[in-house]
Design a protein around this ligand. Structure first.
Ligand SMILES: Cc1cc2nc3c(=O)[nH]c(=O)nc-3n(C[C@H](O)[C@H](O)[C@H](O)COP(=O)(O)O)c2cc1C
Length: 196
């Protein structure tokens, strides 16, 4: 079984609707370690050794968070700056993450149409997530198509539940030994590859 590490960042989880719904799926997925970064490090004082040891024990690394200012909440960036050390994650002898997989799981207030060339945000989500894709590549990781939930202020409870079940199915797929993720097209979203 492949082990999944979820690096979760939501600075106001008590006000969340979308990520709360996603987190309710966790008990139904085997082999997942849930690492709530804001709970663990309220002062952003990240324990590098602890985080690196966690990374070594898992095969798939997930960044799960709301989309903030076309990017992630600050602690994700802090985590990347500190934990992905030169000579460990990349550069020189830095090969500790080689062969692992990286997945972004995000929610956006903006609609899918808003994240298109004609839309108000101009660029597709895949373009805005390029820094994560390139980070994965630099560290020798396979970058997976992201799992995205749009229109968070308008999504119905039914649709949210459907996406939450897709998330659970996606994690179970990734936990399977024989998940052939090397062939996943980096065009659409992981959501669309899950058959309900
Ligand atoms: C500080 C902040 C920045 C945000 N920036 C964006 C943004 O750049 N693009 C976007 O589509 N939504 C943005 N949003 C909306 C959030 O992504 C949305 O509220 C969140 O995904 C909802 O998930 P939740 O119910 O789990 O909180 C932002 C919200 C906040 C509070």
């Amino acid at each position: 079984m492949a082990r999944i590490l979820i690096l979760f960042a939501h600075p106001a989880l008590e006000k969340s609707r979308v990520h709360k719904a996603l987190l309710q799926q966790m008990p139904h997925v085997r082999g997942v370690t849930f690492n709530d970064l804001y709970e663990q490090y309220p002062d952003l004082d990240i324990d590098i050794e602890r985080e690196q040891q966690l990374l070594l024990r898992h095969d798939t690394i997930v960044f799960q968070h709301p989309f903030y200012w076309y990017s992630s909440p600050a602690i994700i960036k802090q985590w990347m700056d500190l934990v992905l050390e030169h000579g460990w994650a990349y550069g020189g002898e830095g090969r500790m993450l080689h062969g692992k997989r990286l997945l972004n799981v995000i929610s956006t207030g903006g609609s899918a149409e808003a994240y298109s060339p004609q839309g108000r945000n101009r660029y597709p989500i895949l373009e805005l997530l390029r820094p994560f894709e390139l980070t994965a590549r630099l560290c020798g990781m396979d970058y997976l198509p992201p799992f995205v939930i749009h229109s968070t202020h308008r999504i119905s409870n039914e649709e949210l539940q459907r996406e939450a079940h897709r998330y659970r199915a996606a994690l179970n797929l990734l936990a399977g030994h024989d998940a052939d993720t090397g062939s996943l097209p980096l065009q659409g979203y992981l959501n669309d590859l899950i058959i309900d």
